[in-house]
Ligand binder design. Structure first.
Ligand code: MSP
Length: 513
């Protein structure tokens, strides 16, 4: 039976070029997508751009461009970033596409038919930057300007006719759902935030705007466009060809396994989206994970704060895999993290070059001159060999469970420890002193090579290109990477050729240390 896995990133606003925060969400999603792929799943991985609403319309006006042309250009930079980040996304959706419009208008009709929509008037605060409605308690004043307490973005007063979604009606069903599905919102702290927010009471939600036109029209009333969040959230099913519930993609991949998002957009994903789905009688995604922010100093990195870090510049300077490794290891998953060039350089020098790169080089160089350039024959594993080998096999299901809990921190720590122990094993076993005991020498080399293979398999979701470069030692290609094979201590075939590989990571010379 095929196992299916569907993961999504948020769809990004093409209001300005991508920054490190966007790259972070995408890289993390790619990690899970790649892991599931090497663990035998059929993976659907969606990313894209969120192109409607006043925020985008104003950004286009400011740039002096026609709105769609403005979106075309920036959406393309996000699409290119997906390639630069070596993402394995299977689709890239734009909310200006016809397939998406059709899907959103259909969802609207479903909500209307089920008596969840009515026409009234909205009077209240709105943040264009967040595309969010706020009540009085959520607003504060700074230098005479009203701003949102949570995001600090400016708000403006709205007074206009609007369609409303009966969100209040879904307060109890949502609370029941959270209660019965304790893993639905993660991490735990975010789940608690959402539950207390809902418990304070949900008001009906304005879901259309009348004072501008850049959006999807409300069916049968072309004076209104659909609220950009109702539009945007629908991307997760429009990419699966909803409303065609018999479509193969929809049947195979809905409900999604994970909507990976930043904590800033939790309310939309953990309250509005499930309420819309409940109202439309559609299944709910299995998990919503709100990760932390990449900070610049103490603040969230964002365009409006002018403190953005360009992922392309970092990649040009250090390479992609070091950035992927750094973001996964040094930003504790679930929490906020700071980007520091010094720590990035430390990661490259100590973890990647010294621990991983060096191990690969040392064992291949040794095998090339002492084992005729071939995988040696392990005669008999002793307890030292088995100890290091069993570290992997004994933990296969444990690692899988940790991945299902999205415990990325565990996974990376496991690799860091394994690298440390593997280097220690090779040093302690001193194969260079075993030239008189060729059987033992062969077994040590075989064990170390097996470990290099296992670690390279496990590193594939984190640093895919470098993992493939390391696997050239064994002429193993991408299609052959299979997580379950790390259980096998005899995967490498004695007598197969060993290849010398190029240096995997160049050390950074540090001037200031
Ligand atoms: N368009 C909406 C999402 C719609 S999803 C149906 C949106 N877009 S965004 O471009 O502003 O941000 C999208 C996501 O980028 C955030 O949720 C978060 O995942 C990521 N990040 C943006 N800035 C970030 C940081 N400074 N740090 C980490 N990630 C952040 O919101």
């Amino acid at each position: 039976m095929t196992k299916n896995f569907y993961i999504t990133t948020p769809i990004y606003y093409p209001s300005a070029k991508p920054h490190m925060g966007h790259a972070y969400s995408s890289i993390i999603a790619d990690f899970f997508a790649r892991f599931k792929k090497i663990d035998g799943y059929d993976v659907n991985f969606l990313t894209g751009t969120d192109e409607h609403g006043l925020k985008i319309q104003r950004a286009a006006e400011k740039a002096g461009l026609e709105t769609l042309k403005f979106c075309d250009d920036i959406s393309e930079t996000f699409r290119n970033l997906s390639k630069t980040l070596n993402l394995t996304n299977t689709d890239f959706i734009r909310t200006t596409e016809e397939r998406h419009k059709k899907s959103v208008q259909n969802l609207w009709k479903e909500l209307l038919q089920n008596d969840d929509i009515y026409l009234s008037k909205y009077s209240g605060w709105y943040s264009v930057s967040d595309e969010a409605f706020y009540n009085d308690e959520e607003i504060e004043e700074l230098d005479g300007n009203k701003i949102s307490k949570s995001s600090k973005s400016p708000v403006e007063w709205l007074d206009e006719e609007s369609y409303f979604f009966k969100l209040s009606k879904w307060e109890k069903p949502l609370l029941n759902y959270y209660e019965n599905n304790p893993d639905f919102i993660a991490p735990k702290a975010r789940r608690n935030e959402v539950i207390s927010f809902v418990k304070r009471g949900l008001k009906d939600l304005s879901i259309s705007r009348k004072s501008f036109s850049w959006g999807i029209q409300v069916p049968n009333n072309d004076e209104h466009v659909i609220y950009v969040w109702l539009d945007a959230l629908t991307n997760y099913i429009s990419a699966l060809n909803y409303p065609d519930k018999d479509d193969a993609l929809y049947k195979k991949f809905w409900p999604a396994n994970i909507h990976l998002i930043g904590k800033d957009i939790l309310r939309f994903h953990a309250i509005y989206w499930p309420a819309f789905l409940l109202a439309a009688k559609l299944p709910l995604p299995k998990k919503i994970y709100g990760h932390g922010w990449i900070l610049s100093g103490e603040e969230k990195m964002s365009k409006s704060k002018g403190n953005i870090l360009d992922p392309i510049e970092i990649i040009n300077q250090y390479g992609l895999d070091p950035l992927r490794y750094y973001l996964i290891k040094e930003v504790s998953f679930g929490n906020d993290g700071n980007i520091s060039q010094k720590r990035l350089e430390d990661c490259i020098n100590s973890d990647l070059a010294n621990n991983f790169g060096n191990l690969c080089q040392r064992v291949t160089t040794f095998a090339l001159s002492n084992c005729e350039g071939k995988i040696p024959n392990p005669i008999e594993f002793n307890s030292d060999d088995l100890k290091i080998l069993n570290k992997f096999s004994g933990n296969l299901n444990y690692i899988r469970n940790k991945i299902d809990e999205l415990d990325l921190n565990f996974y990376i720590e496991f690799i860091v420890n394994s690298l440390f122990e593997s280097n220690k094993y090779f040093n302690d076993q001193e194969p260079w002193k075993k030239k008189d005991d060729i059987k033992r020498l062969n077994t040590i080399v075989y064990t170390t090579l097996e470990i290099v293979r296992k670690i390279s398999f496990m590193l594939y979701p984190i640093i895919p290109q470098s993992s493939l470069n390391a696997l050239k030692i064994f002429s193993i290609n991408e299609d052959q990477i299979d997580f379950s094979s790390i259980n096998d201590h005899n995967y490498l075939k004695s007598g197969d050729r060993i290849n010398k590989i190029d240096i995997l990571f160049k050390k950074i010379e540090k001037k200031n240390d």
